[in-house]
Design a protein around this ligand. Structure first.
Ligand code: DC
Length: 211
């Protein structure tokens, strides 16, 4: 029996990986999991409890208490949730608590998963690995536009600084840091619109699967 198709889409914040991964999943008829939501929901729970997202005990407790309702909250994508997610994500016990769910999700019927460590830790055997990136300036511009569309309008410089801090925390942590898997194909979306990036990703998936 052939293993179900798992596609890992990793990369830094606002590189376009969520949009890309969701479209790839629809195109291929695969389930899609935004693994960042697991960390965002964990961070949110810690904030609700009045605790510090960097506190390992509070953060692990929150990760182990997640229920489906935590993922449909409307406050998972604001700046407080961005920072809290990146802090809880640096805690090994939190990552361990969330690992089985991610593996189970992909193992059942195959899946497209996006995150930071899908191709390195969660599914090191994934048949296709994409590392989606874009320049720091472009990513900050995209995140700024996203926040503006939601009504919050911090200065672009402030968004860029917060993103740089989050990138640094995600890349410098000891467990599952943000690095491309050795066998990942790099896709730089700087200057590409969503359709062009999607077409490039489909070509990568098709050529990788043929190998
Ligand atoms: O993809 P995102 O921006 O929604 O992710 C939110 C935070 O969660 C991000 O700062 C890093 C963390 N994360 C992670 O460490 N590993 C993943 N697989 C997904 C997200």
């Amino acid at each position: 029996m052939t293993a179900p198709l798992v596609i890992a889409v990793d990369g830094p914040a606002a590189a376009g990986k969520g949009t890309l991964a969701r479209r790839l999943a629809a195109h291929l008829g695969l389930p899609y999991l935004d693994t960042g939501l697991l960390y965002r929901a964990t961070g949110r729970r810690v904030l609700d409890a009045g605790a510090d997202p960097a506190d390992p005990v509070a953060a692990e407790r929150a990760a182990r208490a997640l229920t489906p309702g935590d993922f449909t909250r409307g406050d998972l994508r604001n700046r407080a949730a961005d920072a809290a997610a990146s802090k809880v994500a640096a805690i090994p016990a939190v990552r361990a608590a969330l690992l089985d769910f991610q593996r189970g999700f992909g193992a059942a019927h195959g899946a497209v998963l996006d995150g930071r460590d899908i191709g390195t830790v969660v599914f090191p055997e994934a048949q296709v690995k994409l590392f989606v990136t874009a320049s720091a300036e472009e990513r900050a511009r995209r995140r700024h536009a996203e926040l503006l569309a939601k009504g919050a309008a911090p200065a672009l410089e402030e968004v860029a600084a917060e993103m740089a801090a989050r990138d640094a925390r995600d890349a410098a942590r000891d467990v599952a840091p943000l690095v491309p898997a050795r066998d990942a194909v790099l896709l730089d979306t700087t200057g590409l619109d969503a359709d062009t990036a999607f077409a490039a990703a489909v070509r990568i998936v098709e050529s990788t699967r043929r190998k």
